[in-house]
Design a protein around this ligand. Sequence first.
Ligand code: PXL
Length: 266
Amino acid sequence: MTHVALTIAGSETTGGAGAQTDLKTFHQLDTFGAAALTCIVSMDPKDSWNHRFVPVDPQVIADQIEACTAAHDVDTVKIGMLGAPATIDTVAAALAQHSFTNVVLDPVLICKGQEPGAALETDNALKAQVLPLATFVTPNHFEALALSGMDSIETVAELTEAARRIHDTYGVIVLAKGGVVLEGPDAVDVFHDGEQTVELRSPKTGEHRIHGAGCTLAAAVTAELAKGATPLQAARTAKDVVTSSIEHRQASHLPFDAVYQRHYSA
Ligand code: PXL
């Protein structure tokens, strides 16, 4: 039987990020994708594509997770954008209830268009309630600063230090993403599980961020873990999936391109 991967994430309706991207990635990696939506994001073309963010009612989130976990034997979940303290309470309670084997957290801290005050409260709740229940976390440069408490991360050595600190504080496996922010010809991610530290590199395809790359990475880790890969194998495959999805990116009328997973093959 095909392994199931569940994402608990927001809808990004244009298809470039969020649950839509997670499901495409799960599908491309031959896992049976299920999704519990936490919020609906519709970027506003009349307002520089800023995010219009609508949280899903906490009871409806709980109902979706109940349905997915009753329908399937789920042992691997991905957590994407939560975006509101009440959502975090609900998801944290579900994680505590189910004790999934693998909880992959993409710690999406900031959503354009959210109020800064609300975002801070949300970030603190994510750190206090969800991160301790995660087994694997995939911070980008900004999130690595926030989670490690470091003042700056400019080199791979500093990214590695951030990954170590996040691991030591929260007891999670870390895949920290340098992306286009660190200088140099390669996009470097650092894997750290407390014993091994491994740099994953691929040549940068440009200096622009591609929409949905972070979602794709975490979703690919999730799919691979669901199929039984080790965390390091999952990270290596995920890096390849993201690289392919960026190479085959989709242009649109948005001011940035979006990942497309369809051309990845192992
Ligand atoms: O890429 C981060 C992200 C995750 N989830 C949702 C999003 C975005 C960014 O737009 O809208 C729902």
